[in-house]
Design a protein around this ligand. Sequence first.
Ligand code: NAD
Length: 396
Amino acid sequence: MMIVKPRIRGFLCTTAHPKGCAKYVLDQVNYVKSKPAINGTTKTLIVGCSMGYGLASRISAAFGCGANTIGVSFEKEPTPTKTASPGWYNNEAFGHFAREHGLLSPTINGDAFSDEVKQQVIDVIKEKLGTIDLLVYSLASPVRTHAKTGSVFRSFIKPIGQNLNSRTLQLDAINGNCVVREVQLPAATPSEIESTVAVMGGEDWQDWVATLASANVLSSGFKTVAYTYMGNELTWPIYRGGTIGRAKEHLDLTCQQLSAEYEPNIEPLIAVLKAVVTQASTAIPVVPLYFSILFKEMKKRGTHEDCTQQIHRLFDEQLYRADRRTDEAGRIRMDNFEMDEVVQRVVKENWHRVDSENVHELADVEGFRQDFLSLFGFERTDIDYDLEVDPTTAIQ
Ligand code: NAD
């Protein structure tokens, strides 16, 4: 038993609260259960199932559509004296709530890029579900060991073509103190761009589809969706115009290749999602400042959504409808409230005005801070963080 408090460096938290994570999952489950049932997937594979948009997808599939789900994620296990990574507790909690609901929910904890994990998933599909009708590809990884060549690729977050001078939010997540500070990022080298595309581009998604298809575990009418982000001119140099954006362009291209190869038997889709606080997004410089300015405006207008609200809406109003809201490239646009003209105008104005003095007035720093801590099971009013907990299980 131990007392678990947040241990934070920048936007990294090296501890997670088991009970807090379980309650975080339960909140999302209850949100989805409070909505009308969705006529959609019944047997779903989620790659990147433990956190952020992948977890929200698993919860929407299971508790929105009534699906049996298989999840894949790469999470650190606990020991009697060390907490697990939050995704490990989330998986355990999800499994518990899914079982209570009468749903199958096997989870494989391992490297999704590897052939071994793909084979394990196929074995589990054959044994438990027979086939799957939806693959959600929601990986966000800093590194990939290539299954065929053994080469190790890293994902870089850098601008392309020129160095970037911008601003970001430096936040002390414990006490809420923050400053707006300058950031300088050097332009990526060609090999850094290539490496990022190898990690966050579409090659592994394509591998998953090809491996599952050749194992004959896809139902007729099978769909697969991968997630992307677009953003605006403020985030463009570090996101869409940078190394990550290059990887996301590759994801778009992969979607077209999958269509050419497999349609009409398989429907590949890309969904452009809104900005939300996750482990992956807070690692991107500039983003914390842009996100917190954006959240302030979206909350003011009542259009802000968290991961679960956004993905539930994707499943409910887009994935299983013929009349989807798509852009010129055929991507499903779930970022419609974020990209609203008025929201974007206000965000740009506030971005140019914001400094360390007025940041609490122009940006939702407190909301950002709470979202960040809640990813690790902290900052909840229904948990007494001075009490000891068992770090080896979320359900206690
Ligand atoms: P996240 O950090 O919350 O979750 C990442 C998931 O990937 C976790 O489940 C983790 O265990 C898993 N993972 C990482 N490496 C793995 C590996 N080698 N093997 C197996 N699992 C592994 O990330 P997120 O922000 O939810 O991002 C998911 C997707 O959504 C990404 O494609 C991201 O670009 C996209 N997206 C995110 C945002 C945002 O604002 N967060 C916006 C739009 C799109």
